[in-house]
Design a protein around this ligand. Sequence first.
Ligand code: FNR
Length: 362
Amino acid sequence: MEITNVTEYEAIAKEKLPKMVYDYYASGAEDQWTLKENRNAFSRILFRPRILVDVSKIDMTTTVLGFKISMPIMIAPTAMQKMAHPEGEYATARAASAAGTIMTLSSWATSSVEEVASTGPGIRFFQLYVCKDRNVVAQLVRRAERAGFKAIALTVDTPRLGRREADIKNRFTLPPFLTLKNFEGLDLGKMDKTDDSGLASYVAGQVDRSLSWKDVKWLQTITSLPILVKGVLTAEDARLAIQAGAAGIIVSNHGARQLDFVPATIMALEEVVKAAQGRVPVFLDGGVRRGTDVFKALALGASGIFIGRPVVFSLAAEGEAGVRKVLQMLRDEFELTMALNGCRSLKEITRNHIVTDWDQPR
Ligand code: FNR
């Protein structure tokens, strides 16, 4: 069957993967209200396309933290990709560099920062979970830096793991033939099977719940890499993130896997953009499955977006080729959306190209 859009990979992944793995990738927290809302909210934003603009040439290139990329579509960190495909994070890294875009590697990857770096050139960010042992954190950040990673995406929405009921029912744990390679040889490299979600127990044991704004400052004392604060949903926290020295903000609700009943990220985006006042770039992840979604996020002020689940589902279906295809389909759809809205470059995408159901009548 020919794949014609990103969401079609989910059904294929569901068929191919063990139930425990598929459920881990697909699930959201509790009632999964936010999970659905992350998608639904995009459908409350409509276009106000401009006509008779010469769109024979479309430029989708952009610059993120000074790095030039081919399009404003990047890869979010998703843990444990070798559960999806034997090549796991290697395949994702290669697909990202082939597409000329950025991959973010998870702290909980099944390939290490050095291994991913060894796949060849590419612009990569490293996602950081801060564990209790700060020496381990400092060492890992240093390793990422040495391996050529260009920024740290500090995840701030996970002092504890959200309640993902499928993982509890399935007694989710990392299969024994895999390890969290960034922590190999340490206690943190393994995940025990427990009588609920093995990942929830892992987080409870290892992740530092006391993490606070002062630690964002501390992080800057141990690295010169720019820090993106991942998991901002309010104007208040956007201001604090900038005060704390963040180089950028990622509006994210962790793919609806943490606190249920937070708004869809596309609903929270505009207040964060306004609070940032152009001082740092604001990015978004959560529910982006179409080129039209990318355009809507940019029209609301995002500098770019990241995708999570489409990567693991396409990886499960077709490995590196699947991830390449996902990036290509989103790129093509986004280009078409720009053309049909009369935009030739990202800077021509404006708030006036969309209308939302929270806008005042004109
Ligand atoms: C994630 N996410 C995530 N975030 C993070 O900071 N570190 C991580 O290790 C992971 N792992 C992870 C695994 C899986 C299976 C999913 C689905 C998500 C969250 C991720 O970076 C991103 O915020 C969301 O996935 C974006 O939403 P979509 O694109 O999945 O809807």
